[in-house]
Design a binder for this molecule. Sequence first.
Ligand SMILES: Nc1ncnc2c1ncn2[C@@H]1O[C@H](COP(=O)(O)OP(=O)(O)OP(=O)(O)O)[C@@H](O)[C@H]1O
Ligand SMILES: [Mg+2]
Length: 408
Amino acid sequence: MQAVDPVTTSTGAAPARVGTERLDELDATDLERHPTGIAEVDRVVGGGWVAGSAVLIAGEPGIGKSTLLLQLAHHAGQAGRSVLYVAGEESLAQIKLRAERMGVGASLQATRTVDATALAAHIERDAPDLMIVDSIQTLTVGEGGVPGSLTQVRDGTAVLTQAAKRAGTTLVLIGHVTKQGTIAGPKVVEHVVDATFALESAAGYRIMRALKNRFGPAGEVGVFDMTQAGMTPVANPSLAFLAERPSGVPGSVVAAMLEGQRPLLLEVQALASTSPHSNPKRVVQGLDARRVDVVLAVLERRAELPLGGLDVFVNVAGGLRVTDPGADLAVAMAVWSAVTNQVVPADTAFVGEIGLAGEVRGVHLMHKRVEEAARSGFDTLYGPPHDAASVHAVRHVAEPMRALKDRT
Ligand SMILES: Nc1ncnc2c1ncn2[C@@H]1O[C@H](COP(=O)(O)OP(=O)(O)OP(=O)(O)O)[C@@H](O)[C@H]1O
Ligand SMILES: [Mg+2]
């Protein structure tokens, strides 16, 4: 390779001047946002669709991507906005049938064209308010490309995204995720789009989660039920996730968690049994296994709970994943309950991060958790000090154990 003189381009010509602008002299107006028509979706996307933005909605086959987007297309249409549905996966007749089944009517413009260049030209000419591409894996760009290949997905998406930005169109791209959870195709476009939302399933519900969002907070979640009428928002996710909680069973406790900015009550379960192995097992699902290991070590050393020789299983019921460190105290109490065979009262929940000294630490947005616990019928919340009558302040992990010992 030849060394390139830093002040000339590779062709040897003098480089063009770079135009620069002062930000405070720019005429920047606020983002133009339009409600999606489903409040639960607005919550996740950050208040509505943004004109001229491109978003990716990724999920496994059959999770409900087409269903949700058809509903959102319908709502946009109802609000008098122009919508184009690019049907790369299914025939228009199939989509019409789905719309009829869901009762959303089929007054919607749709096309089976998947040529990204032609679609981009359409965007620039007609500037639809909303364009839905189902899915990016069916896009083609240029001659002879194989749809679904990484370059086709990436280039097709880029062409459409640029056109959407120029035209002020909100571009919603559906992307398939493989069973292993890697966003194989979608991953290559994640940096091109302004926001990425994942559709997942947990405890029989559908969860929409903001993984990346240039126009709103990431981490926000929406919870839906897949019904005949499509994706129906779940009014009270806490109660929904706790619906199958067994009563009067040791090892089951409720944690006052936070998903994004949303408080959510979840069941943490633990089971302890005498290990046949010389090296007892620790099996963790839905929580950070290393965090749980730390909590177990703290229980042994700071709360005198003997765990030696026990296999310990800890999981979040319903297959949800929790990254909130505020789950520590609930994990500790679930393990305590399982090991000592003491049932935790049904109306009691827990929250708090646990430090290595066994201290219970404060958590983010405690007031929201306190409100959610009270709203869902949990009269007692053990956690870091807070000025609400329902909160039993605990400063050390052993305190709630002493308080609940031999109570039931
Ligand atoms: N009548 C119905 N009532 C309730 N749920 C239904 C009904 N018909 C289909 N479903 C659900 O809808 C799901 C399919 O939804 P949808 O086609 O929107 O998913 P998708 O993510 O677009 O899937 P794909 O990856 O195949 O395109 C099915 O898995 C099924 O669970
Ligand atoms: Mg689909």
